[in-house]
Ligand binder design. Structure first.
Ligand code: NDP
Ligand code: 2IT
Length: 444
C-alpha cells in the first residue's frame, strides 16, 4: 500500500469530504509501515474495504415546530465496520452535520472501539437539526421523527447508537422511548440511557474521566504529577464538564471553558461550586458560557478559543479542528507539557506536527476519549445480563480499560529514541485487531 496513492484515490471519489479525507490521511500515514509488513492485506485490498463505510443511510426528517410550521432536516446513519462487533457510535445533532463529518467520525470510531478491547464495530449518525433555541417538546418531536426512519436499521445486536454533540441523556431518552414503541421490544439498543431504564452508572462521566485517566498515565511516563497543574479545557458540554470534575478531584485547576460563541478565563480556577453552576447553566437552563463571566466577573473573549492562555496542559473537548497550527505554536510557546483530546479530531494535522516536533505529550482522541464508548460497551454488557453494576465497579473497569489502551499505545508507538508516538501507537493497535478480523472473515 502506498498511503498517498490511496488518499489521492479517495479524494477523487469523495471530492467534497475534507474531514473524512483528513481523518483517513492521519491513520493511513501512521499505519503504512506496519500494513506493508503484511502483504496478504494488500492482496485482499483491505485498506479500501476498511476506509469506505459498509453503508450509509440518508433520509429526510419532517417534524412540526411549536408554531405549527413543518420543518425538514437531513439525517444519516453511517455504518462503517462490523468486523469485531455490532455497529456502535454516537448520534450528533448540530447544524454543521453532513456526510463528510459523519464519515470521519464513523471511521475514527472503528479504531477507537477496537482499542477499548470490547467487541464493538464502528458507526456514527446524526442530523443537521440544531437543538439550540428549540423547546423540549420540539426536541422530543424531532427525536421521534428521526427514529421513525432510523429504528429499522438499529438493534441490540446490529447497531447501538448513543450520544455525541447535541445529544445527551434527554435526547437518548426520547429516542429510546420511540425505538421501544416501534420495535415492540425492550433491549439495550441505545447506550447513555437513564438509570431507571437500563443506563449505566458512570456513563455520563466516562469520556471526561477517561481522558483525565489517560492523561495521568501519559504524565506518569515522565514522572510528572497532575496535582497542581493548570489546565485549559474547551467546550462546556458533557465531556468538558466531567473533565473538569475529575481534574478537580485529582487536585488540578481548570482555567477555561468555551462554547461556539467564545471562551471564559477564570484565573482563580473553576471550583466545584462554579462547575455546579456551569452544569445547571448548560444542562438545565441551556444558556451560554458568557453568563459565567458575567456571574463571576471574569474575562470572556467573544469569537475566540482559549489556546492563547498560559497553562500546563490543554484538553480540547468541544469539536473537530479547534486547534490549528498557530494555536499549537502558542500552546508550545507558553510551556504546555501535554495535550489530550477529549473531542474527536480537535487538532489539525499541522497542529499535531507542532506537538510532535516539540516532543510534548500528545494523545489522539481515539485513545484518550475512548472511555465514553468503552463505558457504553459496559452498559451493553449489563443490559445483556439484565443486571446493573455499582459505580465503583464501572469506574474500576473504566480505569482498567484506559490503562490498557495506554499500554497498547506504548507497545505499538515507542520510537527508537524512547519517546512514545501515541498517534502511531493508537492507530496501529486499533487497526491490527480489525484487520485480522476482516482477513479471517473473507472478502465481504
Ligand atoms: P455537547 O453537545 O455536550 O457539548 C459540546 C460543546 O462543544 C458545547 O460547549 C458546544 O458549544 C461546543 N461546540 C460544539 N460545536 C462547536 C463548534 N463548531 N465550535 C465551537 N464549539 C462547539 O457534546 P459532547 O461534550 O458530548 O462532545 C464534545 C466532543 O467530544 C465532540 O467532539 C464529541 O464528538 C466528543 N466525544 C463525545 C463523547 C461522549 O460520550 N459524549 C465520547 C467521545 C468523544 P455550543 O453549546 O455553543 O454548541
Ligand atoms: O465519539 C464517541 O466515542 C461517542 N460519541 C460515544 C459513542 C458511544 O457509543 O458511546
Amino acid at each position: 500500500m502506498n498511503a498517498q496513492n490511496v488518499i489521492e484515490n479517495l479524494k477523487k471519489r469523495f471530492p467534497n469530504e475534507p474531514e473524512y479525507i483528513q481523518a483517513v490521511s492521519v491513520v493511513l500515514n501512521s499505519i503504512e509501515e506496519e500494513y506493508n509488513k503484511h502483504p496478504e492485506f494488500d492482496k485482499a485490498n483491505l485498506i479500501e474495504r476498511l476506509c469506505i463505510p459498509d453503508r450509509i443511510f440518508t433520509f429526510r426528517v419532517s417534524w412540526v415546530d411549536d408554531k405549527g410550521n413543518v420543518q425538514t432536516n437531513m439525517a444519516y446513519r453511517v455504518q462503517h465496520n462490523m468486523a469485531i462487533g455490532p455497529y456502535k457510535g454516537g448520534i450528533r445533532f448540530h447544524s454543521s452535520v453532513n456526510p463528510s463529518i459523519l464519515k470521519f467520525l464513523a471511521f475514527e470510531q472503528t479504531f477507537k472501539n477496537s482499542l477499548t478491547t470490547l467487541p464493538m464495530g464502528g458507526a456514527k449518525g446524526g442530523s443537521d437539526f440544531s437543538p439550540r433555541g428549540k423547546s423540549a417538546n420540539e426536541v422530543m418531536r424531532f427525536c421521534q421523527a428521526y427514529l421513525l426512519e432510523l429504528w429499522r436499521h438499529i438493534g441490540p445486536d446490529t447497531d447501538v447508537p448513543a450520544g455525541d454533540i447535541g445529544v445527551g441523556g434527554r435526547e437518548v431518552g426520547y429516542m429510546f422511548g420511540m425505538y421501544r414503541k416501534l420495535s415492540h421490544e425492550f433491549t439495550g439498543t441505545f447506550t447513555g440511557k437513564g438509570l431507571e431504564f437500563g443506563g449505566s452508572l458512570i456513563r455520563p462521566e466516562a469520556t471526561g474521566y477517561g481522558n483525565v485517566y489517560f492523561l495521568t498515565s501519559m504524565l506518569a511516563t515522565k514522572n510528572i504529577e497532575l496535582k497542581g497543574k493548570k489546565v485549559l479545557v474547551s467546550g462546556s458540554g458533557n465531556v468538558a464538564q466531567y473533565t473538569c470534575e475529575k481534574l478537580l478531584q485529582l487536585g488540578a485547576t481548570p482555567l477555561t471553558l468555551s462554547d461556539s460563541n467564545g471562551y471564559i478565563y477564570d484565573p482563580d480556577g473553576i471550583t466545584r461550586e462554579k462547575l455546579d453552576y456551569v452544569m445547571e447553566l448548560k444542562n438545565v437552563q441551556r444558556g451560554r458560557i458568557k453568563e459565567y463571566a458575567e456571574k463571576y466577573g471574569v474575562k470572556y473573549v467573544e469569537g475566540a478559543r482559549p489556546w492563547g492562555e498560559k497553562a500546563d496542559i490543554a484538553l480540547p473537548s468541544a469539536t473537530q479542528n479547534e486547534i490549528n497550527e498557530e494555536d499549537a505554536k502558542k500552546l508550545v510557546a507558553n510551556g504546555v507539557i501535554a495535550v489530550s483530546e477529549g473531542a474527536n479530531m480537535p487538532c489539525t494535522p499541522e497542529a499535531i506536527k507542532v506537538f510532535q516536533d516539540a516532543k510534548i505529550l500528545y494523545a489522539p482522541g481515539k485513545a484518550a476519549n475512548a472511555g465514553g464508548v468503552a463505558t457504553s460497551g459496559l452498559e451493553m454488557s449489563q443490559n445483556s445480563e439484565r443486571l446493573s453494576w455499582s459505580r465503583e465497579e464501572v469506574d474500576a473497569k473504566l480505569k482498567g480499560i484506559m490503562a490498557d489502551i495506554h499500554a497498547n499505545c506504548v507497545k505499538y508507538g515507542k520510537e527508537a529514541d524512547g519517546t512514545i508516538n501515541y498517534v502511531k501507537g493508537a492507530n496501529v493497535a486499533g487497526f491490527m485487531k480489525v484487520a485480522k478480523a476482516m482477513m479471517a472473515q473473507g472478502i465481504i
